[in-house]
Design a protein around this ligand. Structure first.
Ligand SMILES: [Fe+2]
Ligand SMILES: [Fe+2]
Length: 265
């Protein structure tokens, strides 16, 4: 079996093939990890934002589109996909910790070191083991169909860490819509802050933090945890107040509308 990393785009089934799309995202990820390593503490923030925007939709599309296929076509698909789901789970937990750790603290630097290592391990497992196995079992035309499905899903997927949500369908698929709206609203607010928001900085920071809290509360809903393997399960907090869920839904609707109105002005 040849690693996907050593194959040309033609050998992978052309640009539409899910394997070529994976290879190109992994090359982009490698560039971002090098930039993160070369960044000062202050420079880390925009690089991390770009990294999350690549990594989380990419992994969500793997978990909802690709791994179910691998479990169907490979006799040891369960074992192989569980290993990468555990890596994805660790990435989700590390990034959630990073949100709380102080810039430049030794704990934060250690979490970033581990994040870089786990992301590199995940790419190696996929390119050297999982994808060559998929390539053996699935004809090229299906690899292209999978590529289209994977691309569509990754374009509308959540863009932030959600360690409580199941790493498998149906929980992650149910979670996708509310979390995508919350995450992408938060992305816009954070990008505005990074560009320099002046006197609006405090308000934008407060709105972004509120969205983070709402997203982490929403992901505790039992429907979003369905299908989870016990090894990637994080113990839930006791019940989420219904009021917070309603507030979350309202914020998720209001923020994109407010941002769109601001852009039109
Ligand atoms: Fe991947
Ligand atoms: Fe992955």
């Amino acid at each position: 079996m040849r690693s996907v990393a050593d194959q040309s785009v033609e050998e992978l089934g052309g640009r539409l093939s899910v394997l070529a799309r994976q290879q190109s995202d992994h090359v982009r990820l490698d560039g971002l990890l090098h930039r993160l390593r070369a960044s000062t503490h202050e420079e880390q923030l925009p690089v991390l934002l770009e990294l999350y925007r690549l990594v989380f939709p990419h992994a969500f599309a793997e978990e909802s589109v690709l791994w179910p296929v691998m479990r169907r076509v490979l006799p040891d698909g369960e074992e192989l996909t569980l290993q990468v789901e555990q890596e994805h789970q660790e990435v989700n937990e590390l990034v959630t910790r990073l949100e709380r750790l102080e810039l430049g603290s030794p704990e934060r630097e250690a979490a970033i070191d581990r994040l870089v290592d786990v992301l590199r391990e995940d790419v190696r497992d996929e390119e050297d083991e999982l994808f060559p196995r998929l390539q053996e079992r699935v004809p090229v035309d299906q690899l292209r169909l999978l590529g289209i499905a994977w691309e569509v899903v990754s374009r509308v997927a959540p863009t932030r860490a959600h360690p409580i949500v199941a790493r498998r369908p149906p929980g992650n698929v149910i979670a996708a819509l509310p979390l995508t709206i919350l995450d992408r609203s938060r992305d816009r607010l954070d990008r505005m802050r990074l560009r320099g928001a002046g006197p609006a900085e405090g308000a934008l920071h407060a709105a972004s933090s509120a969205l983070t809290r709402v997203a982490h509360a929403v992901e505790h809903h039992p429907l979003m945890r369905g299908g989870e393997d016990p090894s990637t399960r994080v113990d839930p907090k006791p019940g989420v107040p219904r009021g917070l869920l309603v507030a979350g839904a309202l914020v998720a609707v209001a923020v994109p509308i407010a941002l769109a109105a601001r852009r039109r002005r």
